[in-house]
Ligand binder design. Structure first.
Ligand SMILES: Nc1ncnc2c1ncn2[C@@H]1O[C@H](COP(=O)(O)OP(=O)(O)O)[C@@H](O)[C@H]1O
Ligand SMILES: [Mg+2]
Length: 235
């Protein structure tokens, strides 16, 4: 579904990504992990069309999308849930969700999506008339993910959904991702929470200094000495 090959990208004169190759198959849950500053967010930004690749290719469903504008890539079915969430604080939870479906006009379709999001996150249904700005940290993450789902994306890219959340909220966010995966969603997840992420994901890529340093099935990565030493605190 998604095929990134030898991607190089960055900001102005700062090159951040030197050689990133990764792929996501339909229905797969793929994790992108690695230390702060490794280039994980930059990779997602390049795929979403928020920055242009300097070299390398990005293909989605066989189409080369490198350098396409973000709205165009979104329309192809890639939803990107950023760390900063971009919620409309002064609007209700329900209206934030409606806005996520902006590319759909069929109101029956929108209602069905809304129903699906409320089933995944019952707390959002409870709070649908509440202003987004009044939600807790965990609820805000859920709202951002729910809004990303409203456009019925083929690929869901999520950047660090557990960032800054209390353990209980982290568990609910991860439980929702697991449920989504079980329902067949295709997910590319960036996380610092390595252990928890790899226990849900099918496969993982470990990035370092703008390159993919390690990749493999989650079970293999969890057993990898390097990861154990660096992230998992074993030994
Ligand atoms: N908007 C930006 N402008 C300039 N440099 C940036 C910008 N965003 C990130 N960087 C730099 O790019 C590098 C990789 O950042 P990022 O992709 O956010 O890493 P990660 O998500 O893995 O923590 C870092 O050195 C960071 O300082
Ligand atoms: Mg990041």
């Amino acid at each position: 579904m998604l095929e990134v090959n030898h991607l190089q990208a960055g900001y102005d004169y700062l090159q951040v990504l030197w050689d990133v190759s990764l792929s996501v198959q339909p229905g797969e849950f793929v994790a992108l992990i690695g230390p702060n500053g490794a280039g994980k967010t930059t990779t997602l930004r390049a795929i979403a069309g928020l920055i242009a690749p300097q070299a390398g290719t990005i293909a989605f469903e066989g189409r080369s999308i490198g350098g396409w504008p973000a709205h165009h890539i979104h329309r192809l079915g890639i939803s990107f849930i950023t760390e900063d969430l971009n919620l409309f604080e002064g609007m209700s939870v329900g209206d934030n969700l409606y806005l996520g479906a902006y590319s759909h006009r069929d109101s029956r379709h929108i209602r069905a999506r809304l129903q699906m999001v409320y089933e995944l996150f019952p707390i959002l249904a409870e709070r649908k008339r509440q202003l987004a700005g009044t939600l807790s940290g965990g609820e805000r993450r859920m709202l951002a993910i729910g809004r990303g789902l409203m456009s019925q994306p083929k690929l869901l890219m999520i950047d660090e959904p557990s960032l800054g959340l209390a353990p209980k909220a982290v568990r609910s966010v991860f439980a929702a991702l697991e449920a989504l995966h079980r329902q067949g969603a295709t997910i590319l997840l960036v996380e610092q929470n390595v252990n928890q992420t790899l226990s849900l994901a099918d496969r993982g890529y470990v990035m370092e200094h703008g390159r993919v340093a390690l990749q493999g099935a989650s079970a293999e990565l969890l057993q990898h000495e390097y990861l154990k030493d660096t992230y998992l605190g074993a030994r």
